[in-house]
Design a protein around this ligand. Structure first.
Ligand code: FE2
Ligand code: FE2
Length: 412
């Protein structure tokens, strides 16, 4: 390998390491498909920016019946793989490039130049599928083929490197294939872990709600309201997704509150109220110190704080209350108003809206809610109504609807 090629190999390997590092750092938020990864890794690694790369790439994977591969040809344009063909079905046995790496006993990666095996460039074209030749536009002069094992076995064939296709080109392509395959393995592991994590926190949230049979779907709805509010307020997708799964943990601390207090029909005594007001701190304690539960913990701790500093447990005021807690507070109060509780009947959407606009004996919207969150709520309150309606069997509110809560001391 020449000094110049060694230098290029080093640069491209460093690029690969940097790309892996960057990809892994953003990993918890990303869900890869093999197709996306091929495009991203091959595009960044082989395309543009002074790198030595091929003009076109065929990515093909084996079909379910294992008799043929299908894939597309891409061209490299400014670090992007741009599609240059429809899906092409290729019999690996009849394609020279693919048979070298695909057939039993074939190498993992090979680099071939036309003059190594043919007398003319025209003759060389006969070794490839006509649709591949057509999609390449220029005659094929050389290629590197690399076996890949991702969702299903297949090949990457990179065509027309400047000058000759070399061993070095083969190494770079093989490194990219190994990286894609490792990332996909990690990605599927992460997805499994994420599913297990979501299942566990849902189970925990449901366990706390079990003591209050009327609130069976409350946690699901609060998740959905909170996600809708956060999205409408323009927060980024990561935060919207986080709050939409974490909001259900807001009352996890109630697991430590005696059921007799949770379900008490009459007003709570001052001692009982004091105990009930411990549930935010209990919740934060239960959720522990895991970074993955940061948003859930801050919601559990802050969803009863008031904008004017009269809430609990810390009497935080204004923007010192985490935004996640301010959002969940509006979602939680709306749902509590709509729901039957041991201390009050359910309200219609219009009645709940009136309370959130004008207040009642317990709720003072201007003092209790972040005005920005409340303004966002008023823009999408119809969505709240739809979320509430879609999650419960139709309830007919009997007789005169009573918008007033009948217990001045029961918490929402
Ligand atoms: Fe609560
Ligand atoms: Fe709640």
């Amino acid at each position: 390998m020449s000094l110049e090629l060694c230098h290029m190999a080093l640069r491209q390997t460093l690029d690969l390491v940097a790309l892996t590092d960057q990809t892994l750092r953003g990993f918890s938020r990303r869900k890869f498909t093999s197709d996306e990864l091929h495009r991203e890794v091959l595009g960044k690694l082989l395309g543009g920016n002074g790198r030595r790369g091929p003009a076109g790439i065929l990515i093909a994977t084996e079909g379910p019946d294992c008799s043929c591969c299908s894939g597309r040809v891409f061209h490299l344009r400014q670090e992007q793989l741009v599609e240059r063909s429809e899906v092409i079905s290729i019999d690996p046995g009849s394609s020279y490039a693919m048979s070298l790496v695909q057939l039993e006993g074939g190498s993992e990666v090979v680099a071939v130049n036309w003059m190594d095996i043919c007398g003319s460039i025209e003759e060389f074209q006969n070794f490839f599928h006509p649709q591949v030749v057509e999609a390449m536009e220029d005659p094929i002069l050389n290629f590197v083929a690399c076996r890949i094992r991702v969702d299903s076995p297949g090949v990457i064939v990179a065509f027309n490197y400047p000058g000759r296709a070399t061993e070095y080109d083969a190494d770079v392509l093989r490194s990219a294939a190994v990286m894609i395959s490792s990332l996909l393995t990690v990605s599927s592991g992460m997805r499994e872990t994420e599913r297990a994590f979501n299942y566990t926190i849902e189970a925990l949230a449901r366990a706390c709600e079990a003591a209050e049979p009327d609130t069976g779907n409350h946690i699901v709805r609060v998740n959905r309201y909170a996600g809708a509010l956060a999205a409408n307020m323009g927060f980024n997708l990561a935060f919207v997704q986080d709050i939409a799964i974490s909001a259900q943990m807001h009352d996890v601390g109630k697991i430590r509150i005696p059921v007799e207090i949770l379900l008490k029909q009459g007003p709570l005594t001052p001692k009982e109220m004091q105990l009930m007001r411990q549930h935010p701190a209990y919740g934060a304690e239960i959720l522990g110190a895991s970074a993955r539960l940061n948003v859930a913990r801050e919601i559990a701790l802050s969803h009863h704080e008031n904008w004017d500093g009269t809430g609990y447990p810390k009497r935080l005021r204004g923007h010192r209350i985490p935004i996640s807690g301010r959002i969940v507070k509006v979602a939680d109060v709306y749902d509590a108003l709509r729901s039957r509780r041991s201390y009050k009947p359910p309200m219609s959407h219009d009645e709940a809206m009136r309370v959130l606009r004008e207040g009642d004996s317990r709720i003072d919207p201007a003092a209790h809610f972040d005005p920005a969150v409340l303004a966002a709520f008023f823009k999408i309150d119809h969505m709240f109504d739809m979320i509430y309606d879609s999650s419960i069997p139709k309830i007919t509110l009997k007789g005169k609807r009573n918008g007033k809560a009948n217990n001045k001391t029961s918490p929402l």
